[in-house]
Ligand binder design. Structure first.
Ligand code: ADP
Ligand code: MG
Length: 348
């Protein structure tokens, strides 16, 4: 579907390892005050006057992404986003990233340029410096590992373990879109295999596909919380699906939770596409994953500050640990929340 038909391809060996690194990284300029030294020395040097937050993700071709519908530029962008999302989930502000790649010689230099264009775009939009990385060869697919570094004042760090009984459970944005976007792309891939001349009509799924291919991290929410003068008692980002993230908060904080099905925020495209695919939208929101929204708890006394905000939805409240974690359905029945990531969903 998205194969590179360009025949102007440069073999990686023409540049050599050092030439390739230089070629890909010469675009990165230092913009952060805290970056004392970026690419080009044995290690980057970062100045910290606050606690430093560090997070890493490793993405493997065939496991985490499929290049038949994931353009390399989007892959580069998304690889940065998933890390920044983890930094924001600590209530921290990211300032630097490092990028490590392992590539087989089936990738021409031009493909890596695309990957790095996506990385550079994300770095620019989210104001982070690319300060280093590593480059090596791979016998099969593409591996990309990004590390993000951020800072946050000690008193502002938000961990997973601070939720208390009666706290309100709040989620940003809406859920389930990224998973459905993947389903739509998978379906188009199958159609394309059978009929390479088919022209997919994806108008009804634009939001879903964007959520899958070009997710954003909720940088805006960290600022919103400052503006609202709300400090969450606990926070996590939604990478695996709402239910498993709620269970992480409950387990770390030693509390239970009541989640209300009718409160779960869903985009109209999620609802219509669930109908079309004969899927239950609540199940998709609970287990879909890759939405990169933030899930957090706040004290009851913060209710007036969060209740009417269009970015925030109160979806439940925390209970005593021995009450467990439950979904309260529209029919007012109480069912235990279970962690089923999107992997489990795939097997259905
Ligand atoms: P070393 O041998 O000291 O590890 P390298 O030759 O691997 O150094 O890297 C040279 C410089 O380029 C270092 O600053 C390193 O962090 C950076 N670098 C290497 N590979 C990448 C990459 N894929 N993306 C960004 N920076 C990289
Ligand atoms: Mg190296």
């Amino acid at each position: 579907m998205l194969e590179n038909k360009d025949d102007q391809k440069t073999n990686i060996s023409e540049l050599g390892e050092f030439g390739l690194i230089k070629h890909l990284t010469k675009q990165f300029k230092i913009n952060q005050k805290s970056t004392l030294r970026g690419i080009g020395d044995d290690a980057a040097v970062i100045e910290a006057s606050n606690p430093v937050v560090i997070t890493t993700d490793l993405l493997v071709e065939g496991v985490h992404f499929d290049l038949s519908y994931m353009p390399l530029k989007h892959l580069g962008y998304k690889a940065v986003i998933v890390n920044l999302s983890d930094v924001y989930a600590m209530n921290a502000v990211p300032s630097q990233i490092t990028v490590s790649i392992a590539v087989s010689n089936r990738f021409p230099v031009e493909a890596l340029e695309e990957l790095y264009a996506g990385i550079a775009t994300a770095a620019k939009i989210y104001s982070v410096d690319v300060v280093g990385g590593d480059t090596t060869s791979s016998t099969s697919g593409l591996l990309i590992s990004i590390t993000a570094i951020g800072q946050v004042k000690k008193e502002d760090v938000v961990y997973r373990d601070g939720a208390k009984e009666y706290d309100l459970l709040v989620v940003t944005g809406d859920l389930g879109g990224a998973y459905l976007g993947l389903q739509v792309l998978e379906r188009e891939k199958q159609v394309f295999k059978v009929n390479p001349n088919s022209q997919p009509d994806l108008d009804a799924y634009t939001y879903l596909i964007e959520r899958q291919l070009k997710p954003e991290a909720r940088k805006d929410i960290i600022q919103l919380l400052v503006d609202l003068e709300v400090k969450p008692t606990s926070m996590i980002d939604i990478s695996d699906g709402l239910s498993s993230e709620i269970l992480h908060l409950c387990e770390s904080s030693k509390v239970g939770c009541n989640l209300y099905e009718d409160k779960i925020p869903l985009d109209p495209q999620v609802i219509s596409t669930c109908e079309e695919f004969n899927l239950d939208s609540t199940t998709i929101a609970l287990s879909g994953g890759e939405d990169y929204e933030l899930l957090f708890t706040v004290k009851q006394s913060d209710f007036p500050k969060v209740k009417a905000n269009p970015h925030l939805t109160i979806i439940g409240h925390m209970t005593a640990e021995n009450e467990g974690a439950h979904l309260i359905t529209r029919a007012n029945t109480k069912i235990p929340l279970i962690a089923r990531g999107w992997n489990a969903l795939q097997d259905e």
